[in-house]
Design a binder for this molecule. Sequence first.
Ligand SMILES: [Zn+2]
Length: 311
Amino acid sequence: MNDFSISAYRELVGYAVNNFEWASYLGSPPNNAIIWRHDCDFSLSKASEIAAIDHEEGMRSNFFINLHATTYNARSKSGQLIVRSFLDYGHTVGIHLDVAYYGDIWTEDRLAEVLIAEQVQFESHFGLSPKAFSFHNPTNFEMNFLSQTYAGIVNCYSKEFRTDYRYASDSNGYWRHQPISDVMRANSQIPLQVLTHPAWWSIRPFEARERLVQALAHTMFFELSAYDRNLVIYGRENRSDFVDALHLLKGIPEDLQIVFNTLLSFGFIEAALNLAKDEICKRSLDAPNQELLQDFVVILSKKARTEDPIV
Ligand SMILES: [Zn+2]
């Protein structure tokens, strides 16, 4: 399966729910168990989108959070709300341990010490105590930490998980070992651990790098929406060339809002125009959305005419 669209993801998780028995990282799994794990890299708002889908499809997932991520801040108010929402959905939260941040995890004792310190931070920021951890970007060195637990916290890369479970991962935006559909349909009696990263799933089946850009744009859009909203709340001017156009877009599907926001923010008016016209031609949106896009095209066409085509 090379389709990493959100709709393909929804089918995948639905298939998992219907054909496997959910298991957590604690206790003994049944033979047809599936552990569904998400390592949250790049975008917490994207993880939030996946958490909602998992919940709608009946999957109880395990979201692993990196406290030292460069592209999201789980300890911010919005990050805290997202992490807490995972629990409300019935998912669990684990530690996605960024060993590079510490740079000195050379022994099992030091690993246990760091995990205890992170567990304390999870308790203080999110009011939860993680029971499992996964390494972020593990090197061969980290893969030699083979114990089932450190400081009582389950190691997702333990010897047991690597020998007693089948494994599928979408790392780098593709199923590296075997297509996930083959793995899930193998009719095996060995439990399965599936690792996905929310950032690799996008509304359209782009290639991996483009999906990553979409995930990062998702975070940007999340912040832009808060910015626009606060300007309205506090009665401030929105000093953007595209206020009217962006206002119109509020009603259309979020993925398109993200794309249009990105294009307009970088000044690609013609590209935004062409995309809007394409969407209107495809007629895949409902009538109110079609009308919004028609109005959007009118505004952008006027704007495009005022631009110097050489610049
Ligand atoms: Zn990671």
